[in-house]
Each structure stands twice: as structure tokens, then as C-alpha cells.
Design a protein. Structure first.
Lengths: 114, 191
């Protein structure tokens, strides 16, 4: 039972920062959905890919991302996602929030051990 | 030897085994159901189909020409559901569709239930409709026969007014279940 709970907590944590991760990856370079998935999988951020598509569409509709169609060597053109100015603004805010969060947690944990 | 179907997925055409096709179709329908309505859903499904096409394409380039059920299973377990849960197999839909059915009572309609009838199926139909044990309703009707003829006339009127649930789709409506492939199968196995 405790195993299931820890898994659940972990997946909730990942879910919370998944949007942050997507923006961060796209901030480094534009990406196809499939290479984005690859990167997130290597980082163990997602277990199943299905979670990603609703997020991408939502971020696109919020104006944080944009995409363009690009020719692919095999098959029809693919969606190529990139971050927008608005996305970058949000990302820098998220960066701040993330640092704050890490500091706060460090603080709490250190207090406990003292 | 197997029958195959040609389908277009994400702008490419694939030859796919019939059983694999049905499985994939069920998966897409469930994914769509979980995604919800609106213009977003169209985009999401498009992305998803593109990804499926990509995965099939990669695998087909190494072996064979026909998409089979094991490839579909692999793709489905890799993609999962939009809420991050794994896509269950159609065999363990039971609990899930019962939940879905509970949420969709809006589509519930009053039918007479031909599978559980004593006289005209009115009591069992009312039981489904009101979510009450049909035995209780039968008892109420039976008792009312001795308290003036009101119950008798009510029964006759229900019999005339409520249509009999003939098709599996109507039986789904009678139970307030969404008319989906799994539910249809489940309902027709009640006989």
C-alpha cells in the first residue's frame, strides 16, 4: 500500500512541474513532439505519452507555444514546436518560483535536522 | 490468414489487421472521451494520431507491411491516457464503464426490460430507471392491486407508454450507460 502512495506522490510532483519542463526544453531549442517526448522520457518526467498532448495544445492556446509544419525526411510534414515571447516571460517567472521552492524546502529540511 | 483493413492515420496510410484495427479504434475513442469536448480535442487527437503513425512507420520499416495487434498493444501502452493512467485492456473495462455509466444518467430513458420481465417488463424497466431493486417495485404493484385498482391501471399505462428495449443501444439507455462498444457488449451478454 505504501508503495502505491509513494508512486502517487511522485507522479503528482512530476505533473506539477511538467509544464515548466516543456517550456524549459523548448527554450533551449525548438523540437518535434517526438523529440520532446524522448527528452522527457529520459528525464523520467512522463510515463505515458498521452499526458503530453493535452498540455501542448493548452500551452499553444494560451499563446506560450507556437508550432510550424516542417518537412520530414520520411512521411508527411511534422509539427515543430517553439516557445513564444509570452512563454519565455512565463518561464522566467517559473524559474524564480522554482528557485524559491527549492530554497524553502531546503530551509525546512535543514531546520528539522538541527 | 487474416482480414486486413486500410486506414489513414496522421496523413499516412497503413494496412492493419482487423482485430488490431478494432483495438486501436476503441483506444482512440476512449482517449477522445477522456480528452473532453471543444476545439482543443481536435488538435490533441491530431497530435496523437501523428505520433501513432510515426511509431507504426518506424516499426514497419524493420519488419513486414501489416500492422498487427502486438504493435497496437505496444503503441497503446506507450501512449496511455491523457490523465497519465495506463490504457486498460478491453477485458477489464468492467469497473471503468460502470463509473462512466454513473456519470451519464442524463441519457437514461424509461424502457420495458424484456430480459427480466414477469408480465410486460414494466417493473424491471422502472427499477433500472429509478435505480431501485425491481423486486421492491413488483411488491408495491402487487400490494396496490388489493388497494383499489390504481396500481393495475398505472401498470397498463406504463406498458403502453414505455417502449420495449429491443436493441442493445436501447438497453444501454435503459440502464443509463453511454452507448459505447464495451457497454453494448456488456449489455447484450445480460440475456
Amino acid at each position: 500500500m505504501s508503495d502505491i502512495n509513494t508512486d502517487n506522490v511522485k507522479s503528482q510532483m512530476r505533473k506539477g512541474v511538467l509544464e515548466y519542463c516543456i517550456l524549459s526544453i523548448l527554450n533551449n531549442n525548438d523540437a518535434y513532439a517526438s523529440s520532446l517526448i524522448e527528452e522527457l522520457k529520459v528525464a523520467k518526467m512522463i510515463v505515458v505519452e498521452g499526458t503530453l498532448y493535452p498540455l501542448l495544445t493548452r500551452q499553444k492556446n494560451q499563446g506560450l507555444l507556437s508550432y510550424r509544419w516542417e518537412e520530414s525526411p520520411q512521411g508527411p510534414p511534422r509539427k515543430y514546436y517553439s516557445i513564444t515571447e509570452r512563454g519565455k516571460e512565463l518561464l522566467s517567472e517559473m524559474d524564480g518560483a522554482w528557485r524559491e521552492l527549492v530554497e524553502t524546502i531546503d530551509l525546512i529540511r535543514n531546520k528539522k535536522t538541527q | 490468414m487474416k482480414k486486413v483493413v486500410t486506414v489513414g492515420i496522421g496523413g499516412r496510410s497503413f494496412v492493419i489487421d482487423e482485430d488490431a484495427y478494432q483495438k486501436l479504434e476503441r483506444y482512440l475513442a476512449r482517449f477522445r472521451q477522456k480528452t473532453g469536448e471543444g476545439s482543443e480535442a481536435v488538435d490533441i487527437m491530431e497530435d496523437l494520431e501523428q505520433r501513432i503513425a510515426e511509431l507504426f512507420y518506424e516499426e514497419l520499416s524493420t519488419k513486414g507491411e501489416v500492422v498487427n495487434i502486438s504493435m497496437v498493444n505496444r503503441v497503446i501502452s506507450q501512449l496511455g491516457m491523457p490523465d497519465g493512467t495506463a490504457a486498460e485492456d478491453s477485458s477489464d473495462f468492467g469497473s471503468e464503464s460502470a463509473q462512466d455509466g454513473g456519470n451519464q444518467t442524463a441519457h437514461k430513458r424509461l424502457y420495458r426490460d424484456p430480459d427480466n420481465r414477469v408480465i410486460g417488463g414494466v417493473c424491471s424497466g422502472l427499477g433500472h430507471y429509478l435505480n431501485i431493486d425491481m423486486v421492491l417495485i413488483r411488491v408495491v404493484f402487487a400490494v396496490s392491486l388489493f388497494l383499489g385498482g390504481l396500481g393495475f391501471w398505472a401498470y397498463i399505462i406504463f406498458w403502453i407508454v414505455a417502449p420495449q428495449a429491443m436493441t442493445a443501444a436501447q438497453k444501454c439507455e435503459m440502464r443509463g450507460l453511454a452507448v459505447t462498444a464495451e457497454n453494448l457488449r456488456k449489455v447484450s451478454s445480460y440475456k
